[in-house]
Write a protein that binds this ligand. Structure first.
Ligand SMILES: [Mg+2]
Length: 253
């Protein structure tokens, strides 16, 4: 059975973290849109989808582009393309009080644990509307620096646990390699996938999810727990190889 919808994580699944998709991957995504529905779901915000994916897409038919479902910030925002371009279908934001408490708790805890860096690439804290994000080295840190900051994930997990204890009514989750995301409770990629099933009418059993962090501490793990068929990759070349195999199977059916 071929999936009626293929959903992808973005960073380290379709592209290196915060980087544009390789032309090979763009080409494969366009081919996949020709045969089935496609979703990209990430903790990142829409601006990243724009610079990493949308800005690099070639001219493709409106029908094919309409098969692309974009879910920034774990599906608390949802974007579709139509005649008017990319449109936000909905956004579920944190309240001002929730934002203020989240920003305060994560800064205070990072400073206490000695994780509040003075040399960063852009701001450490970011208000993404539906999500507060802590990025240890700043939003624009190069991949090599991020990999070196916390190779075992120990710092990130310690920060996550300590902040969660301060914010019992919110959810604190490990994001990318150096980031921690704070959202309303119950917001993770599983939440986004359930919303996606509602919005598209495609059942979870007819979906395939591809991600690089399907391990127990990873931000893709909730999708696996949800029971969606998942394939783990270690970077976009793995995903490209998977699509090279998958796409021709639609054509020959
Ligand atoms: Mg990822």
């Amino acid at each position: 059975m071929l999936p009626r919808l293929v959903a992808f994580d973005l960073d380290d699944t379709l592209a290196p973290s915060k980087s544009a998709l390789d032309p090979t991957m763009i080409d494969l995504l366009v081919k996949l849109l020709g045969v089935t529905e496609v979703c990209v779901i990430s903790g990142g915000q829409f601006g990243q989808f724009q610079s990493q994916i949308i800005d690099n897409l070639p001219e493709i038919s409106t029908d094919n582009l309409a098969r692309l479902h974009l879910m920034p910030t774990c599906g608390t925002q949802y974007y579709r393309s139509d005649d008017q371009g990319w449109t936000q279908v909905y956004a579920e934001n944190l309240s001002d009080d929730q934002k203020a408490r989240a920003l305060g708790a994560v800064e205070q805890t990072a400073r206490r644990l000695g994780y509040w860096e003075s040399e960063t690439w852009g701001p450490i804290l970011e208000d993404r509307g539906s999500q507060i994000t802590f990025s240890a080295l700043g939003q624009a840190a190069p991949v090599a620096a991020k990999v070196g900051w916390d190779p075992t994930g120990e710092k990130k997990n310690a920060l996550r646990e300590a902040v969660q204890a301060l914010l019992p009514d919110l959810e604190v989750r490990s994001g990318g390699s150096t980031s921690v995301d704070i959202t309303r409770q119950g917001i993770d990629k599983a939440y986004g996938m359930i919303r996606l099933a509602d919005l598209t009418g495609v059942g979870l059993e007819d979906m395939l999810f591809v991600g690089d962090r399907l391990d127990e501490n990873g931000n893709d793990y909730p999708v696996k727990v949800l029971g969606v068929e998942c394939i783990a990759v270690e970077g976009w070349p793995d995903t490209a190889a998977l699509l090279e195999d998958l796409i021709p199977r639609y054509v020959t059916v």
